[in-house]
Design a protein around this ligand. Structure first.
Ligand code: FES
Length: 105
């Protein structure tokens, strides 16, 4: 599995998503509850950037219609979204946050 550098760990504020692009794929990188997660930045309901939403209880909420996606699995907790958003493996090396575009789910 190959990993790409997404950002530096110091660029991530707790519960504040950061949008990056890796190989043309928009990704929201989120630091929360002592962990870092990477989730595709596009809501599965419509073409809306999830990184503009809020993070709470290890979920990122789509600001447009309010579906929240689990940062561990990408699954929506409620309507209107019904399909999961891809999530990606993350590893921290030194001060770097690395993401693999191989999907976990
Ligand atoms: S666009 Fe995200 S829930 Fe509708």
């Amino acid at each position: 599995m190959s990993f790409l550098r997404a950002c530096g760990i110091e660029e991530l504020d707790e519960d504040t998503p950061k949008r990056v692009e890796l190989d043309g794929v928009p990704i929201s990188v989120v630091r929360t509850q002592g962990e870092v997660f990477a989730i595709n930045d596009i809501c599965s309901h419509a073409n809306v950037s999830l990184s503009e939403g809020e993070v709470e209880d290890c979920q990122i909420e789509c600001w447009l219609h309010g579906s929240a996606f689990d940062l561990r699995t990408g699954k929506p907790s409620g309507l209107p979204a019904t399909r999961p958003v891809p999530v990606y493996p993350v590893k921290i090396e030194g001060d770097d946050v690395l993401v693999s575009l191989s999907q976990e789910s």
